[in-house]
Design a protein around this ligand. Sequence first.
Ligand code: LLP
Length: 437
Amino acid sequence: HGTSRVNERGILEIGGCETTELAATYGTPLYVYDEALIRSKCRQFIDAFSQSGFSFQVAYASKAFCTMAMCKLVEEEGLSLDVVSGGELYTALQAGFPVDRIHFHGNNKSLDEIVMALDAKIGCFVVDNFYELHLLSQLAEERGEKISVLLRVTPGVEAHTHEYISTGQIDSKFGFDVQNGQALDAIKYAHESNHLHLLGVHSHIGSQIFETEGFLVAVKRLTQLLGDAKDQHGFLPEVLNVGGGFGIRYVEGDTPQSAHTYIKAITDLVRAELDARQIPLPELWIEPGRSIVGDSGTTLYRIGSQKEIPNVRKYVAVDGGMTDNLRPALYQAEYEAAIANKMNQPATEVVSIAGKCCESGDMLIWDVKLPPAQAGDILAVPSTGAYGYSMSNNYNRIARPAVVFVKDGDADLVVKRETYAEVVGHDLLPKRAQLQR
Ligand code: LLP
């Protein structure tokens, strides 16, 4: 998909670049991003909204893949940005992202993070709980500023997704509960506060969601809540944010909808429900992460050792694993793969792809069909653009891979490969050993 193709020499090309060349130039593992495909995903959401008649913001959820280059690209495409930590905020600021289009999320923002965001004059805070609500109100008073907030509410929707990543159900660490009245109390507090500017409400019901159903149930609960807020407290929203969670295809059988289908279903229902309650249409915001960037990333690995257990399984090991892609180990996430330098050879073997970490659970793919693999071959794993680099780690003191953006035959290094010196860069020998040196 995207600009991927197999060239005359049977080599996988992305963005007009031979993946084998990229691996040779930048080393492996390597995250390769198809820049044109990311841009087209951004535009699909914008186009879908443009047809809806709503004012809107599409905020890229930077947790999916947060680097300065990505912040820049998202800015160029006219998106806003959702950050959830001081680190993500810092990345956006370093990239020069327009501060008024930054939204700050998180269920336990620290005082330092909040002050950093206030000093930067970001667009709004998505407030998660009463502790934060009171803290912001107090800070606003002290600073003589008015702080713009959205309230994250938990509409009680269980999205059809892996339990680790569903966040809209009642028993969740996130947000003000709609069902027990906390959400309405929070609206009253923020609406009546002289220090807060209440923009509206937000919900996020989960991630990697294929059906529109879950979003529609959430919209019903949110609009019901807004109806109560209007009737009881005279509050009319300027913004309604329905979060992210739109699914992508990882393997055969994954059936995400198009951006257009999700947005059409959501905008139609929001309009109908708000019209029925005589609430003027607010701006509609969404926060896609995975669906902007997931498809666009491919990880390249070099194949090394193999182990065959006769009549049981053949393990093919690569030079990365759970350090660059934690998703299989953490969520039993599934991926497809191909040998980038043997694209025209028939897939005659079923093998399992092992990572290089000292942990049996470090398996990237169970049972994938490939041509016979040899040491030195390049394995390409597509759809690793979201939550791969962003959840990478230094387990076993493995250095993080480099990231390149490719487009029209040009490769742009946007994150350098970590060095061993950087991996130990924050270590200090104990004082006694420093004296002995
Ligand atoms: N907005 C909020 C408030 C969120 O919590 C999330 C994701 C998003 C937006 C973006 O969701 P997306 O469009 O990417 O599905 N590490 C997991 C996914 C965790 C998602 C957490 N929140 C994974 O690798 O599957």
